[in-house]
Design a binder for this molecule. Structure first.
Ligand code: ZN
Length: 251
């Protein structure tokens, strides 16, 4: 199976379309949540995600924008964007977002999907120590997660004697790029495809990954997209300007 793993699209239609265009052939799409929030195309991106995907977990922005949680935990900019999104979404998409499942979801044996972490759907896994704990407790050898908008991840071997980070490295040139990691048989992995629609790891290009189960390979991708077009829509919608500016910074 060749699995396309997308996360944190955040209503950025330009970024999503660029990823789909650059993606190699795949059998199924796994969507790790935060389909909406921040960007200016929540209906279009929800529609496209529904057409693409069969396996989903919900993100905190999906919950906030569909009215499942109140906005008191959100910073003012995220809160304003969530309010705007809630008003903009058509009823059918609101219903779809409200019904998205709580992670972990396990579509295959030995694999689970979460938005934040297996122990808390809203946890940010950025530190190696948290990742090691999660990996040691984890029910499945491979966990795909999102939420941090940082592409890469963490691994340990079964005996927890060795551990490390997965950090895709791209030679310094523009254009779409990929970075392949061979999975070890006795390894346990916590892997983030990065954010399609609002990268925060310093690389403004849209991010995703492809997991080839037969070859035991994960390939990370970075794809340039029309950031200017996405920014123009954010300004035109009256969304906070910071949400447009950060797209070109990748922060
Ligand atoms: Zn997100």
């Amino acid at each position: 199976m060749r699995l396309l793993v997308l996360s944190d699209i955040h209503a950025n239609l330009e970024a999503l379309e660029a990823c789909l265009e650059a993606a190699p052939a795949y059998d199924q799409v796994y969507n790790l949540g935060d389909i909406v929030g921040y960007g200016a195309n929540p209906n279009e991106v929800t529609q496209r995600s529904r057409e693409l995907g069969s396996v989903f977990v919900r993100g905190n922005h999906d919950k906030a924008c569909s009215g499942l949680i109140d906005l008191s935990d959100f910073n003012p900019i995220a809160g304003m964007a969530a309010m705007w999104t809630r008003e903009k979404l058509v009823e059918d998409h609101l219903r779809f977002l409200r019904a998205l499942p709580h992670g972990p979801v396990s579509p295959l044996q030995d694999l689970q999907l979460v938005h934040g972490s297996p122990r808390d759907e809203d946890e940010y896994v950025l530190m190696r120590r948290d990742a090691s704990e999660i990996l040691a407790e984890s029910a499945s050898p491979i966990t795909f997660f999102g939420h941090t908008h940082v592409q890469g991840g963490f691994w340990i071997n079964d005996a927890a004697e060795e551990k490390g980070i997965l950090e895709p490295r791209y030679p310094d040139k523009p254009g779409p790029q990929k970075f392949t990691v061979e999975l070890q048989k006795n390894g346990r992995y916590l892997v983030n495809p990065g954010s399609v629609g609002q990268p925060r790891d310093g690389d403004p290009r849209a991010a995703f990954l492809l997991y080839d189960t037969k070859a035991s390979q994960i390939t990370f991708y970075r794809v340039p997209y029309d950031i200017h077009a996405a920014q123009k829509k954010i300004f035109a919608a009256g969304l906070p300007e910071r949400l447009a500016i950060r797209l070109e910074e990748g922060r």
